[in-house]
Design a protein around this ligand. Structure first.
Ligand code: PMP
Length: 444
């Protein structure tokens, strides 16, 4: 049986649900990243590092709520807080004390956060950060780096990993006010010299795609120095890295103070939520007392009590850095094991990553020792190629057949992943690579 035939055989109920879903949901999914060929799995429940699909198959979960679940599924402290809040109501249509506490927790943890405005997602957080920056700087355009992902609103989808051309549906005029360049300081300098309308730089703190294309060492520091010296605002997108790379994110690790920070995911403990945090002078533009033109901001579910309750509990739980360290240690063991298996089987490819997120890339002529965990020694063309399309589906299917749910071209690790999870993942990895080799998937 081929990998795909086994996949189909193991998931009869998912197959049925997909056939039904495809009639009401385009492609049967609600997030592009959840689509899979020939059909995605549909999940019934989750606990800790595991989840179970509608056919009763159990998985070691490396999707981890797209990065929201540093503490794994249903962490008792977060769950208890949310259950308690559920009894008290999910929306008051008014302010509440938990949102104040939530903001205070963010300010305690994130070095650059002087004030906070909550949104409902990371996309909304980068949208608001860019608007605030434009309002404050008075300059209409911003600089973004190639393939850096900041969500799906009009300003940030040009030059994303999904499309180099104008993304369908995005007005061309919108893209005039966002310049996409390579993350290299000399390109930043050249661009700024020729575009006086640019007042802001937005950067994904991990490098493109949650560390898929890591930034050169020292780049962020230099970018901060340059933006400060040239009167530009710097927005750090810490939607993924915030509370994960360290309790205070990348900015804490690197000692960088951006003007604004976009946050989401772990922020809300597994429920929907995002935030813009930053310097008072910028955040001031959201105040009714501002004399310089208030930036409007409604949003039905901003800081809703349920998300706030989970967010407060989660941020308190992760505040001593131990969950982050635990997840990072597990990720290092995983990538080391995955790399040694690739070398043993003679398959050109790499597992690398940053913090507690790992990425997979296949290709390259030779297979040097992947020494550095952060992927900086993985040949750049291999990093950029990621998983070739001929490998992508069979690999994901084969891992699912083996009881491991990857997150597309990598995985996100929580503090609840155990050594047993690592062992199971290694078995699945080894079996998947062998099956793919037998099927000739790596042939060219
Ligand atoms: N910024 C980054 C770096 C992200 O990875 C994401 C989502 N993966 C977003 C922003 C958008 O967040 P959301 O999906 O909550 O809209």
């Amino acid at each position: 049986m081929t990998v795909e035939e086994t996949y189909v055989e193991l998931h009869p109920t998912s197959k049925k649900i997909y056939a039904r879903a495809d009639r009401s949901l385009p492609s049967g999914v609600t997030h592009d990243g959840r689509f899979m060929r020939p059909f995605p799995i549909y999940v019934d429940r989750a606990q800790g590092s595991r989840k179970w699909d509608v056919d009763g198959n159990e998985y070691v979960d490396f999707v981890m709520g797209h990065g929201a679940l540093l503490l794994g599924h249903n962490h008792p402290r977060v769950q208890e807080a949310a259950m308690k809040q559920l009894e008290k109501g999910t929306h008051y249509g008014a302010g509440h004390e938990l949102e104040v506490q939530w903001a205070e927790e963010v300010i305690k943890l994130v070095p650059s956060a002087e004030e906070v405005r909550f949104t409902s997602s990371g996309t909304e957080a980068t949208l608001m950060a860019l608007r605030l920056a434009r309002a404050y700087s008075g300059k209409p355009a911003a600089l973004k780096f190639d393939r850096h992902f900041h969500g799906w609103h009009d300003y940030v989808v040009g030059g994303s990993k999904y499309s180099e051309a104008i993304p369908p549906g995005v007005p061309e005029g919108t893209l005039d006010s966002i310049e996409v360049i390579a993350p290299e300081m000399h390109v930043v300098r050249e661009t700024i010299a020729s575009r006086p309308d640019i007042g802001t730089v937005i950067v994904e703190a991990s490098g493109a795609g949650s560390g898929t294309l890591p930034l050169d060492e020292g780049f962020l520091k230099e970018l901060r120095r340059y933006t400060e010296e040239n009167g530009l605002l710097m927005i750090m997108d810490e939607v993924v890295t915030g509370f994960r790379w360290s309790e205070g994110g990348v900015q804490q690790l690197e000692g960088i103070t951006p003007d604004l920070t976009a946050l989401a995911k772990i922020l809300a403990g597994g429920l929907p939520g995002g935030a813009v945090a930053g310097r008072k002078e910028l955040m001031e533009r959201l105040r009714f007392s501002t004399t310089k033109g208030k930036v409007g901001h409604p949003g039905t579910f901003n800081a809703n009590p349920l998300s706030a309750s989970a967010g407060v509990a989660c941020l308190q739980e992760i505040s001593d850095g131990s969950h982050q360290r635990q997840a990072i240690e597990t990720t290092r063991k995983l990538t080391a094991g995955m790399n040694s298996e690739l070398r043993r089987l003679g398959i050109p490819g790499y597992a690398y990553g940053q913090s507690s997120i790992f990425r997979l890339a296949f290709g390259g002529d030779e297979l040097p020792e992947a020494r550095h965990y952060d992927g900086l020694d993985v040949p750049p063309e291999v990093r950029a190629g990621g998983i070739p399309s001929a490998v992508y589906s069979p690999l994901n299917q084969a891992m699912i057949n083996g009881g491991v749910h990857l997150f597309g071209s990598g995985g996100i690790v929580s503090s609840t992943h155990t050594s047993e999870d690592i062992a199971l993942t290694m078995d699945a990895w080894s079996a998947a690579l062998t099956s793919l080799q037998t099927q000739g998937v790596f042939a060219d």
